[in-house]
Design a protein around this ligand. Structure first.
Ligand code: KIV
Ligand code: ZN
Length: 512
C-alpha cells in the first residue's frame, strides 16, 4: 500500500477516554494500556494532558519512558506553562509530539475563552512556535472546528503550519456534524490549506452516534490520521471507536482505498483489558468487540452460516481476536499454558508478577475445577497488578452472619501500621454491614459513589468480582476485588479503593 493510502491511528484512550466521567486510572494501569496499544501497533498514543494534574504529568512521563515504538503525545493549551509541562513530561520519549489546541468556534471564543478571533490567532502563533522549539512533531487542533467559520479556520490552520505544526486536526468536539457535511467540510479545508508534508487528522465525538461515520467520511475526503479510543470511551457519549474505524477501513478497502497498520487480531484482548482496567463494561452488542458481535442466534442465520460463513459474516471473529468461547484452564495446566493465556488476554507481566499470578492460579484450581478467562482477569487485577504499592489497610479476617432471622452483622479485622484493628457493625445486608464496620476503623469517611458485583463465569462456583468507587473531598478512587466468596470480593474492592485514595491524596498533598 502506498504511503499516501496509510491512515495513521492516534489513540486517545488515555487522555480523552480517561477524561470521561467515572474513569480513574493510575499510572501503572495507564502503562499497561499503553503497552497493549503498542502491541496493537497504533501510530500515536496520546498519553495525557501533563498540565492537568501531577498524576497526568507522571503518567505521560512514565508512558514516554517505557513505551518506545509509537509516538507519544501530550496535550497542551497554547499557554507557556502547558507547553513546557508537555515538553518536560515527554523528555524521555523515543519520539514525542506536543498536541496544541485552542477553540475556534464563535461560541467557544466568546463565552469560554473570552477572546476575539485575532487574539485566538495570536495564541496559535505563540503556542505552536513554542511547541515547535521543543519538538519537531507538533499537532495543532482547532477545538469545535465543525462549528467554526471555515474562512477563519483556513487562516488558523495556515498560521499553525507557518509556525511549525505538521499535523492539523479537525475536531467535531460536540458530535454535531453529519457525515456528508463533515466530509465536504474537511475536503474544503484540506484543499484550501495545501502544504507539502501536512497530515490531516479528525477527532470526532459521538453525541449523535455518528463519530465513526464522520471519521470515515473525513478519510474519504483526504484525512490520513484518525483520533479514536478503544471501546469508544471518551467525554459524554464518547469518542470514535478505534476498532470500528479500523475494521470499517479494512473490510471496505474497496470503498476507501486506504488502510491502517493495526494488528486487528489484538482488538478483542485490548478491548477487554481496557474494560477491565477502567471498570466500564462493553455492551454485548457493541460492533467488533461485543460478546455477541459474532453470535448467530436465529435458526435461519445458523443454517446460512453452516452452508457458508460469508452469508452472515462480513469479518471473521479470528480477524479481531474474538475467541468465540471462553477457554478454561485447570489444575493440570502448566506454567507455560498459563503465561500464554495471560498474554493473550492482553496483560504484560514482569517475571515476579508472573510467578505470583501462577501461584494464585494454583490456589484457585484447588477451589474450582475450571478457571475461566474471566477468573484469570479478575484475580490478576485484584491480586497481581496491585494498584497501590503502599497498602495502608490490609484485610486480615472477616466474619459475616446472615439468615432469615436477624439483621446481617459483620466483624472485620484489618492490619494497619503493624497493628490489628477489629470492629463489628449491623447493616441492611452483609455488604452494608461489612462496609459500616470498615468505616468505623478508618480515620476518614469516604463516600461510596459506585458499587457493582458480577460473576466471572456462568458456573455456580464462579468468583465474584466487585468494583467500587469511593470519593473523599475532590479525590475519587476505584477498587476491585475478586474471590470465590463474594463478600470477601466486596471487602477487598473497598479496601483497594481506600488504599488508592490514600496514595492519590499523598501525591496531591491533600490531608486525609
Ligand atoms: O474534542 C476535542 O476537541 C478535543 C481536542 C483537545 C482535540 O479533545
Ligand atoms: Zn475530544
Amino acid at each position: 500500500m502506498a504511503d499516501s493510502d496509510i491512515v495513521r491511528v492516534f489513540d486517545t484512550t488515555l487522555r480523552d477516554g480517561e477524561q470521561a466521567a467515572r474513569i480513574n486510572l493510575n499510572t501503572g494501569e495507564k502503562v499497561q494500556i499503553a503497552r497493549q496499544l503498542e502491541r496493537l501497533r497504533v501510530d500515536i498514543i496520546e498519553a495525557g494532558f501533563p498540565a492537568a494534574s501531577p498524576g497526568d504529568f507522571d503518567a505521560v512521563k512514565q508512558v514516554a519512558s517505557e513505551v518506545r515504538t509509537p509516538v507519544i503525545a501530550g496535550l497542551a493549551r497554547t499557554t507557556e506553562s502547558d507547553i513546557t509541562a508537555a515538553g518536560e513530561a515527554l523528555r524521555s520519549a523515543a519520539r514525542s509530539r506536543i498536541h496544541v489546541f485552542i477553540a475556534t468556534s464563535p461560541i467557544h471564543m466568546e463565552y469560554k475563552l473570552k477572546m476575539t478571533p485575532s487574539e485566538v490567532l495570536r495564541e496559535v502563533e505563540i503556542g505552536v512556535r513554542l511547541a515547535s522549539g521543543i519538538t519537531g512533531d507538533v499537532e495543532f487542533s482547532a477545538e469545535d472546528a465543525s462549528r467554526s467559520d471555515i474562512d477563519f479556520l483556513v487562516d488558523v490552520y495556515s498560521l499553525a503550519v507557518e509556525c511549525g505544526a505538521r499535523t492539523l486536526n479537525i475536531p467535531d468536539t460536540v458530535g454535531y456534524a453529519m457525515p456528508n457535511e463533515f466530509g465536504e467540510f474537511c475536503g474544503n479545508i484540506i484543499s484550501k490549506v495545501s502544504h507539502p508534508g501536512i497530515i490531516w487528522s479528525v477527532h470526532c465525538h459521538n453525541d449523535l452516534g455518528l463519530a465513526v461515520a464522520n471519521t470515515l467520511a473525513a478519510v474519504r475526503a483526504g484525512a490520513r490520521q484518525v483520533e479514536c479510543t478503544i471501546n469508544g470511551l471518551g467525554e459524554r457519549a464518547g469518542n470514535a471507536s478505534m476498532e470500528e474505524i479500523v475494521m470499517g477501513l479494512r473490510t471496505r478497502s474497496d470503498h476507501f482505498g486506504a488502510d491502517t497498520k493495526i494488528d486487528t487480531a489484538k482488538f478483542f484482548s485490548t478491548s477487554k483489558l481496557v474494560s477491565n482496567l477502567t471498570g466500564v463494561p462493553v455492551q454485548p452488542n457493541k460492533a467488533i468487540v461485543g460478546v455477541n458481535a459474532f453470535a448467530h442466534e436465529a435458526g435461519i442465520h445458523q443454517h446460512g452460516m453452516l452452508c457458508n460463513r460469508a452469508t452472515y459474516e462480513i469479518m471473521t471473529p479470528e480477524s479481531v481476536g474474538s475467541p468465540g468461547t471462553d477457554l478454561h484452564l485447570g489444575k493440570h495446566s502448566g506454567r507455560h499454558a498459563f503465561n500464554e493465556r495471560v498474554e493473550l488476554l492482553g496483560y504484560q507481566l514482569t517475571s515476579d508478577q508472573k510467578a505470583k499470578a501462577f501461584e494464585y492460579f494454583k490456589v484457585l484450581c484447588d477451589k474450582k475445577k475450571d478457571v475461566s478467562d474471566g477468573d484469570i482477569e479478575a484475580f490478576l487485577l485484584d491480586r497481581v497488578i496491585h494498584a497501590t504499592p503502599e497498602r495502608r489497610y490490609e484485610l486480615k479476617d472477616y466474619a459475616v452472619t446472615v439468615g432469615s432471622g436477624g439483621k446481617p452483622t459483620a466483624s472485620i479485622t484489618l492490619s494497619h501500621k503493624d497493628q490489628e484493628l477489629t470492629e463489628a457493625a449491623v447493616g441492611n445486608g452483609p455488604v452494608d454491614a461489612a462496609y459500616k464496620a470498615i468505616l468505623k476503623l478508618l480515620s476518614f469517611q469516604p463516600e461510596l459513589t459506585e458499587f457493582r458485583i458480577r460473576a466471572t463465569s456462568e458456573q455456580a462456583d464462579a468468583q465474584g468480582e466487585a468494583h467500587v468507587i469511593l470519593r473523599y473531598k475532590e479525590i475519587k478512587a476505584q477498587g476491585r476485588g475478586a474471590s470465590t466468596d463474594i463478600i470477601e470480593a466486596t471487602i477487598r474492592a473497598y479496601l483497594e479503593a481506600v488504599n488508592r485514595l490514600y496514595a492519590t491524596a499523598a501525591a496531591r498533598e491533600v490531608t486525609i
